[in-house]
Design a binder for this molecule. Structure first.
Ligand SMILES: Nc1nc2c([nH]c(=O)n2[C@H]2C[C@H](O)[C@@H](COP(=O)(O)OP(=O)(O)OP(=O)(O)O)O2)c(=O)[nH]1
Length: 140
C-alpha cells in the first residue's frame, strides 16, 4: 500500500532588517507555536505569490504597507502536527506604523543574537543564513 505524501503548508516570512537588526513578532496565546518569535507573514493562499502574500499579511497583521525585495532562503520543517515550507524574503516598509493585530509583541533583535531567542523552529535555518550573510566580507 502506498502512503499519501504528507501535506506541506507554504508560508511566506518577511525579513524586515535595519542597521544589523531584524524585526521579529511573538505568536500570541491560542495560536500554533504560541510564545515563539517569528518573521511576520503567513500561509500563502491559492493563486497568490509569496510577495502578494507578504503584502497582504503585513497589512492584515500590522496595518503597514511594504514592498518585497530579495529572496533570502527556504526552510522545510516538520512540526509534530504539520509540515511547513517557509519562504523568506527581505521586505521594506513603505508606510504606516506597526499596530499589533494578531501577535502579542514585536521587537528588534540584532542578527547576531537571533539564534539565542525563542524562535519558531522552522525559522532557525533562515536566521542562520542571515547571520552568515552578515558575516560575509564586503566585496571591494
Ligand atoms: N508567519 C510565520 N509563520 C511561521 C513562521 N515560522 C513557522 O514555523 N511558522 C508557522 C506557524 C504556523 O503554523 C504557520 C503559519 O501560519 P499563520 O497562522 O501565521 O498563517 P495565517 O496568518 O495565514 O493564519 P490563519 O489565517 O490560518 O490563522 O507557519 C514564521 O516565521 N512566520
Amino acid at each position: 500500500m502506498t502512503q499519501a505524501r504528507p501535506k506541506i503548508i507554504d508560508v511566506a516570512a518577511g525579513v524586515f532588517a535595519k542597521d544589523n537588526q531584524v524585526l521579529v513578532a511573538r505568536r500570541a496565546k491560542g495560536q500554533h507555536l504560541a510564545g515563539k518569535w517569528e518573521f511576520p507573514g503567513g500561509k500563502i493562499e491559492h493563486g497568490e505569490t509569496p510577495e502578494e502574500c507578504l503584502c497582504r499579511e503585513f497589512k492584515e497583521e500590522f496595518d503597514v504597507t511594504i514592498t518585497v525585495g530579495e529572496y533570502v532562503a527556504e526552510s522545510i520543517h516538520k512540526y509534530p502536527d504539520k509540515n511547513i515550507r517557509l519562504l523568506a524574503y527581505y521586505v521594506t516598509l513603505i508606510s504606516g506604523n506597526f499596530t499589533l493585530k494578531v501577535h502579542d509583541a514585536i521587537k528588534w533583535v540584532e542578527i547576531k543574537h537571533l539564534l539565542q531567542i525563542n524562535l519558531a523552529e522552522a525559522d532557525i535555518p533562515i536566521a542562520a543564513v542571515l547571520e552568515q550573510q552578515e558575516n560575509q566580507p564586503v566585496q571591494p
